[in-house]
Design a protein around this ligand. Sequence first.
Ligand code: PAF
Length: 288
Amino acid sequence: MAAYGSTMPEVHETIAEFRAVLDQSRAQGQAIGLVPTMGYLHQGHASLLRQATVDNDLAVATIFVNPLQFAATEDLSTYPRDLDHDLALADECGIAHVFMPTVAEMYPEPILTTVSVAGITARFEGAARPEHFAGVATVVAKLLAIAGPCRAYFGEKDFQQLAVVRRMVADLSMPVQVVGCPIVRDHDGLALSSRNVYLSPGQRAAAPALYRGLRAASAMAATGERSVDAVLAPLRAAVVAAPGAVLDYAAVVQADTLEPAATVVGEQRVLVAVGFGATRLLDNVGLG
Ligand code: PAF
């Protein structure tokens, strides 16, 4: 166990130590809530941490910037980190233990076994970042294997990631209940994300266009409009009007399979991805 200032969570750097803590707690009949993160925690993470604390006897978090989910051209080495802040926030949210392994602890050998989820990963973020979801699924599978039976909490902001994790857990019969938590937004509607820190002041001012557009799309669907193009039109227009924004995709999808919808009906989700320079922002809202 490592000591980090006067914060409350116990920090564990080895798999064996973290697993032993959770095994012991389960042996006492405690329900465990696990929140996997890459650190640089914000209020979106805090909502997951708090939910895990409310739902379970023991709430724990992981902080691991997973190299497998970054392409060579992406921001692995500059991914923002602030450990003191993370541990203080985890403490505030009632987190008792934080697993913070090194890359060597997680991947002592070049990894030969990976998990890839077909179908759901073919489009959207999977198309833009071909290696990404195999990296996410592999590290989440590993974290769940280390943690054992638990509830695991993921934010709906990365909606495709949540769908991938749900499907992996179901397909592989993992003894885990996946809990999706609502997006937390800034005062002007921008979905909280660790990557918002990369936005210039001008880009930050323009970025709420995503949520404005999503709300307009949702309002259009609420009028009874069934055409996907008509529902997406105000979203596309909002992004096009935002200075510096480059639309990657805007889509209406089935909420569980992420298959693009032919018409707007039932449990669906509007997804959007926008580039502001090198920074990629994702957002989504539910329909129906
Ligand atoms: O959403 C994230 O922060 C990461 O993709 C996750 C789920 C912690 C896996 O590294």
